[in-house]
Design a binder for this molecule. Sequence first.
Ligand SMILES: Nc1ncnc2c1ncn2[C@@H]1O[C@H](COP(=O)(O)OS(=O)(=O)O)[C@@H](OP(=O)(O)O)[C@H]1O
Length: 588
Amino acid sequence: LSVNFDTPYQELYAPIDYAVVGQQKCGTSSLWNYLREHPDVTWHGGAKESLYFHGDWPGSAFCDNQIEHYLRVGGLMRQLRNRTDLKVGDWSTSHLSCICCPIIFKTINPKIKIIMLLRDPIQRALSRFLEQKELWNGPYHKQAQNHTFASWINQDMSAVRGCIATASIYDTPNVQQQQQQRHHQRLQRRRLQQKQQLKLQTHRRSLHSILDGSSSGSSSSGSTVIKTESGITLTLTPISTTTTSAGPFTHAATATVPTTTDTTTTTTIAAASTTTTTTTGSSYLRGSSSPPTSIPPSQQPSSISSTPAALATSSVNPTAPATASAATPLATSSATIWSAGSAAATSSTDAIAAAAAQSAAADAGASGVFASSSSGSGSVAASSAASASSSAPSASSASFAGWGAGMPLARWMEAQCLSRSNIVGWSAYDIFVENYLAYIPPEQLLVLYTEEFAENPLATVRKVESFLGVQPATYTQKTLSTVFNMRGCYNWNCARHRSALNPNSSSSSSHIQQPHNQAAAAAVEGAAAASLSATSPPPPPDPSIARIDPQLMARLTAFYRPYVQRLFRLADMGAIPPPPSSWRTTYA
Ligand SMILES: Nc1ncnc2c1ncn2[C@@H]1O[C@H](COP(=O)(O)OS(=O)(=O)O)[C@@H](OP(=O)(O)O)[C@H]1O
């Protein structure tokens, strides 16, 4: 041992750099054994599985374990190699299902990198069951001793389901929470109303100035072009006189509304009335919230003035249901066009409302859905904004609920139900992954899938290297082709060649791996419990072994379906890479 005593203490005893948190039975032993050949990567403690904050047996949460000791062990690993640039990591496959672990790792090192390997849930549960069965004479694994897989699942799954049913009772927000929610909603509504009022006033002022003749108006080939303060261009074109209950109209009005800095949207908004005087129009816009149904003949001028008469009125309903995304509630601006009844004039949206909605959306700094016109020529809908609002929120903008950070009581209780069951419960990944995401940003989280690992171990190892920021190392072919901790072989000396894996297991199309030996098959099938011992040499794999009973498969699939679907949702948000496509098929 050569120790450089000049090394500053804080560098030597710096917190760990990364943590491989599981999941248990997803191939972490192989990954660990491969990375042992990397010169710049090491681990926390003497071997894999520090299990420092959580063990893999019921009732073992060690979140109060001494941190100072933990830091010293990491420091010791650096000291042993006399290097402070090593990547020291914790390998504990029980830390994924440990509810307090994300907050611990975040506290230990806010920049920590977390690695997870996930596998088909049923396959993982079976693997864990068979391991427990085989290690029944070990100190912690006695539960499965007298069970077949089917009988264990019956018992474990109903216990977990019962536990979750109890948790769901606490799903209703209590009275205080409800009151807080209502108060919050009221505040939001009021703020929105004020904002809408402000917008409306601005746009009314714009039109008012037009009506008062203060805005520039120009006339070319019979059309009158008017520009409002807010950039809307109104073009009035003569049409043959049309008379409606609102009066006769002689001009069609077209509004061009700037939608972005470099594009404009044009819409025919209404037919312009020549029936009101400037004064009437102004006062109408100023004071009235709904258009007059008819114009007294006495107020009908005989010709159009240089400024149009009242084109429209805008009525804003701030409490209307928002059509924007839930994250950016935006009241729908609606406007009633005082129109001539022409096709163009039946547009449900006018330029005022569009501009109001547009600037409100811009103010909100997010996508909003503008009220859209039903007339062919009159669409001012911002379709890009609309489509953006309908897609899932991105991982960076989403907030995840973690233990101690927004996780509701019922969800916490459910996580506990799952966390206590390391055969059935630990395969329900989403709740644990989300708990990590609440503390660890997606870029500090690497999620891998056993299926891809089986297919190409080196590619997976390269992903880990790049994630940890270490150079790609050279691995011996023998290492990469060895599978560790496969069923029936639970000690390091019996690691086997990849070809010993059941051929089904390495193919993503048939991801349900079958038992490798007769004894394991008996345990799955329900034959008399085989007397298995950790010391007996594993029999050779038997590819002819019967599959899991279809009924049991159906029950397991139904149980895991919602959890897998939530995992896909996390993937849709970009928080994790998409699980293998076979999962989507199985758990659809
Ligand atoms: N490279 C590769 N490809 C495919 N499958 C692999 C690989 N390495 C390990 N395995 C399978 O993973 C299971 C062991 O997982 P772990 O090593 O994580 O187990 S443990 O949690 O550390 O006990 C164990 O699954 P079962 O054989 O089904 O029990 C291994 O066979």
